[in-house]
Design a protein. Structure first.
Length: 194
């Protein structure tokens, strides 16, 4: 009888020791990413040039220069997940060069700026509305990036620019709201739900 109790106690002790060792191993294996690893991961996901990189608490914050503009990317320093991404500056396309604009400027009368139509005639972008992508196209862009299932798609306007906010429930039961430029189809911001 005493032998059975000792064998049982020994088995419990072995289970506790092995379990504690596995738990300790798992807790200490989550080493934070180095700055170089974080930068390489962001450059792989979003081709561009990282111009600034710093660490704030448990996140790396990076400024990345891409063709479309400057972006601020926040990455979890342990998991390597992108927590947020937002455009901080838009790069303007270069002005057209050549003889096409030279004839137009002299032909406009000097009185034109006083005319009520002058703001629209001097700004061709405001007179010809850009073609917006559809909600379905925005949903496709979000699903292509994150997979999962669409919860909601909403069109909003910020500072005169149209965006789609696409809520995606990813395959790992997390939710992300993807902000997509309604003209270019570019992902401009991400917000993960806690």
């Amino acid at each position: 009888m005493m032998n059975m109790k000792m064998v049982g106690a020994a088995a419990v002790a072995v289970i506790l020791i092995v379990g504690g060792w596995q738990l300790l191993k798992q807790m200490t294996s989550a080493q934070p990413l180095t700055e170089a690893e974080a930068a390489a991961k962001v450059e792989e996901l979003y081709p561009g040039k990282i111009v600034e990189l710093g660490k704030q608490q448990d996140r790396y914050v990076m400024a990345i220069d891409r063709d479309e503009g400057m972006y601020e990317v926040e990455m979890d320093s342990v998991t390597g997940e992108i927590v947020s991404m937002k455009r901080t500056k838009e790069h303007k396309p270069p002005e057209p060069q050549g003889n096409e604009q030279a004839p137009e400027e002299p032909s406009q009368p000097e009185k034109e700026p006083d005319s009520p139509e002058s703001p629209t005639t001097n700004e061709p972008s405001s007179t010809s509305p850009a073609k917006l992508i559809t909600q379905e196209e925005a949903a496709f862009i979000a699903l292509k990036r994150f997979g999962g299932e669409i919860d909601d798609v909403e069109q909003v306007e910020k500072a005169g620019i149209s965006f789609y906010l696409v809520e995606v429930e990813t395959g790992d039961d997390r939710e992300v709201t993807v902000e997509i430029n309604a003209i270019s189809g570019e992902i401009t911001n991400l917000a993960w739900e806690d």
